[in-house]
Design a protein around this ligand. Sequence first.
Ligand code: ZN
Length: 627
Amino acid sequence: MKLVLRPALLLVAAVLFLGARQEASVVDKIIDEGRNRSEVMAHLDHLTNGIGPRLTSSDRLTRAGAWARHQFESWGLKSRLEQWGTYPVGFNRGPWSGSMVSPDEPELKNLTFVTMSWTPGTNGPVEGAAVMGPATEEELTAVEPNLKGAWVLSPGVSTGRELNEKILAAYDKAGIAGLIRKGGATLLLTGGNGRIAWDKLPKRVNITMLSKQYDRIKDLIGEKKEVRLRFDIKNEFVKGPIPLYNVIAEIPGTEKPEEMVIVGGHLDSWDGATGTTDNGTGSATTLEAARLLMKAGAKPKRTIRFMLWSGEEQGLLGSLAYIRKHPEENDRISAVLVHDGGTNYVSGILATSPMVPIFEKVFEPCMKLNADLPFKITERAGLPLGIGSDHDGYLRAGVPGFFWSQAGKANYQHTHHTQFDTFDAAIPEYQQHTSMVVAIGALGIANLDALLPREGLVVARPGGGGARRGSPRMLGVNTEEDGVTISEIVEGTAAQRGGLKEGDKILKVGGKDVTDNESLRAAIRDADHKSVVRVKRKDKEMDVNVTFDRTMGFESEDDGLTVTNVSENSPAAKAGLKAGDKILKFDGKDVKDSEALRAAMRDGPKKATMRVLRAGKESDLEVEFER
Ligand SMILES: [Zn+2]
């Protein structure tokens, strides 16, 4: 018996050893290629500067999908475009510019503004007088003769639905050149509603301008100056249906090809800039991880699949449609690793307790990659739902879906959906590092003895990724298909604190009408710190007061108070907060943990004093939030 058994055992041990050695040498090759011959910035350059923004339904997104597929194939992967749906109308954005023609003021020669996606442009220069829009019946009567061909400044006050409709009708009847709304002080966000019909295309040109420029024009009109503006905005509608695709590429598994690890990010973007940190950076690392694995000759036990989804910005459409179409795959997917948090380096991963020892092995090479860019496994009672990226649908289907933790000096909020989301925002060192981590992580998980454990997988948790993605405008609800009826309230969020309930249909946020998920997101984004949410609850309309969380813009040690990283341009940076500082008090209140700090920031004033311990000395900093 023993004599028979022993050689067999030896053989098994030898094979295991060989397997481990093979993986180690592949990892070495990944690191060598990733460090010395990385192409990740070339991928990103081509995506953002070569192709440009990749709005869902745009020609550029189609081009990006075809290009990405070609890239995968050129490295020897099998790849395909899988259609997940269509959009009724396509939208291509061309260049846009505007200036104040008279009076002559250098600062208003170049106006900074955006128009939403799927809204019309001027398609050629249109010059007209600037007039102040009416806020009352009397003002409407007074301004009506001057509306024809005018650029109308929207006064931005609530006039009530009835008068508002009357005013808009007067604009359309007169044929105004367009409407100008007041935007943020520095950030202009792009969004838009793509659910439009070809025979009912929006007609009104809607411009959102930096607040300073808007205010100056408004003042000039107030001083009875003759103000003339000129805009040239090339926005093109394309008759649909426009087919939409996910890009899928695979390195087939050698032992269990039907089982897989998915690596990905969304390829689409908003089109107010070039979609660099959202999500050119995640698309580029997905491509580069594939290239590194192929270059290193990886032969994973399980299939490693690379997915570049689209329609993410309109509600995770591409990934959700894929999951709906292929539910049979879910039991065979070990992990879905999504990179969609901007250019900061991948600094870790969340894990349930059974996953922790597994990940400690898988990510061991990542922890040694670069002492300045550490990698940390953080144990959680469950993975957080509702971060708002393509792994969410998988998590809901019971598949371990991960949104990489990220850290570094970039301020995601500064670029996320704003005019600043351009190639120069990307940090090459981080991009290069992340590509290696993604490749190594995918390979390690694909080579495990078993699929990742799924017990205790999901928990809805306060802040969760909402905070991670740096959005202070998280309401904390998940919605049904209509985009406005609440299907889930996330604990510890504005929605829960305010008393919103499952089943509530959201009608207005901060006075703005909400009709779909798009307008809901926009209204949340623009809402005041303390806002009223109007809902329909059991056929009754009612108002709920909510207070949003504020984000200062720093990363901390586990105590939540000792600063490790300050994001550029953030309130924390402007206040002079530095790595190593420990926050002691905020707005006069002692803060013992991150929860207490979060509450103090939320309930405190827009401008507050914060006491920090720096090099053994206490000092006070002045923090000012945007809202
Ligand atoms: Zn994104």
